[in-house]
Design a protein around this ligand. Sequence first.
Ligand code: PEP
Ligand code: MG
Length: 755
Amino acid sequence: METGAAATGSRRLLRRLRDAMAGSGSAQQRLDEIVKIIAADMVAEVCSCYVMRAGEVLELFATEGLRREAVHRTRLRVGEGLVGAIAATARPLALADAQSHPDFAYRPETGEEIYHSLMGVPILRGGRVLGVLVVQNRTQRNYTEDEIEALQTIAMVLAELAAGGELVSPVELQPSNGIGLLPVRLDGIKLNAGLASGAAVLHERRVVIHQVVAEDPAAERKRLREAVAAMQSAIDDLLAQSDIAAGGEHRDILETYRMFAADRGWLQRMSDAVQSGLTAEAAVQKVQDETHARMTQVSDPYLRERLADLEDLTGRLQQHLSGRHQAAEADLPAEFVLIARNMGPAELLDYDRRRLKGLVLEEGSPTSHVAVVARALDIPVIGRVKDALAKVEAGDLVVVDADEQQVFVRPAEDIQQAVGARIEARLGRRLSYAALRDLPAETRCGTRLSLQLNAGLLLDLPYLDETGAEGVGLFRTELLFMLRHDFPSVGQQAASYRRVLEQAGDRPVTFRTLDIGGDKLLPYMSEIADENPAMGWRAIRIALDRPAMLRHQLRALLRAASGRRLKVMFPMIAETGELDQARGVLDLELERARARGGKLPEKIEVGVMFEVPSLLWELPALLGKIDFLSVGTNDLVQFLFAADRGNPRLAERYDALSLPVMRVLGEVVRACATAKVPLALCGEMAGQPLDAMALVGLGFRSLSMAPSSIGPVKAMIRSLEMAPLEGLLAELGNVPSRGWRGRMRNFAHDHGVLV
Ligand code: PEP
Ligand code: MG
């Protein structure tokens, strides 16, 4: 802890350094002055500044205390001597007796043999070593932690000078040849799966404002108006581009974005600022600053998303004001990874999609609009990567490993090779899965399975064709609701469902009624504040307590499916009575539709999700009332083990491949077979080849999963022989749960099952 006096002293020193940096004279003269100030302040006989030059060489640029003739002569390679070691490790070093250290490299021209103690810190900027700052003392001085920290703070100030391009030419500062860069691994959250690598492009729309106060307010108003008009028409052009013109949620998002560009409140605030005497640029900046300040306070994800859209627009407007609105495509690397604090959906589309390989965001959430658009473009995205912009330099090699939720910046050679091999392998696997597309999901012994898709957005529907899935086994309707800012009307819902059915063609779609609550909150329904949301007021519980909501949704589904087959299922049913009630609501809607003479669906099938264990003991009664049952293992397993499915601390603790889960699932299979009720499973388990193998062994014949799992699961099925698998499952009944996964893996290996 710094004492009050030390803090005051350090502020005073920083002020002096700042003044020296801003002073007149050449950069060299200012640096000479700075090392003098530091030496005096730190009570050191020596203060030296080494600056990184091309070829990983540290050159003595200024010194107080060492011989002056050594300046620009003494050079050390990174890793050479104590100074080189500090640069190589990017860590401070403090030694009371430097000369006895094995790394000490004596340079006679400096005359440093009389100084015994040494403290040095790296001069860092954006994770990059720009130089080393050193103080030395004659005596064997033990530098304190506070002193090291003080020198590190000073080095931060010096970094500005070193990065300014005045000491060494900006060309030498280019990181392209990896000078002084350290590999860094950054963690985040997966916003879109995948693996990619490329050169970093920093997404910064910052425009330096040279003039804040307007000379001629009327002229500024005109400039603002013209820039707004130019921006709006550029957005129209962007939307008209053929590959994004087709409908879908990304289209809806972009349309909303266009509406924002015409938002009167926003435009008014900027014009008010111009009115107050600011230039157009300063006015836009002011509104942007205010927006950003509000953004950091808002916790509501939907509002944050709206504010991010506005930020995107203000940045865009600045570009139009400055006349720099054309993205410099020619300057972009052939394959690049975009790094941004956050960005709006349209900004992403500004970049050439063929070259854009991955996206890293400091903010962002799975439902953020940019993530939804990136999914449509199949670009891997990692969000919530802290300080990404500070730690990555333009041109750095960046690997986005969204599957493992990590970003490698300037990765070492071995990581690059491993990643390259994984990218190749993924590509190879994709091709081999694509080759399976039209082949049946059939075991070697002839058992047929039906593989279906889990979907939630229109964007997912094209995967039906791409993967060869037989239908949509789970359509999570809540995602349509989560992306909106108000409750969709019956008409709007019906239009969305109709588009889903149209895109699915003659393949069946199982619509699940709204499953909100738990981890899925609607921005416009903030009244849910359960202490234990997963077991709280959610899904069918809300639907039955707010029947108007369910009625509207069922009305929309009946309307959308007129003349077709409608499959609808209710989530989180915990007792048969809840199904009866939900069915009652459906009957009311059917009656209403009939009374109005509307065309009804050709066939209606009603199903239930088996997610709450209590239902197990009501199965015979329940099965008599439904047309199909679908097991949601994500919730079922969380309730069986009383372990929150979203808690990373519990993620490894319980395994679905275990006696309790398999017993429950086995019972469900038997009950459905007896009642002749079609059974499916749509939890994440279905998409994991090894888990899916166990499910097939138990008797499941219909599995629904994420699009990317269809290929791997089909490959597993086509390499499987049923009889030995059933034998294994019979044996496992006596094995403790913890051994199950290993035994299954060994089995797959021994029998050539591709898992
Ligand atoms: C489940 O619980 O397994 C399921 C498929 O539903 P969700 O993941 O949407 O809760
Ligand atoms: Mg569920």
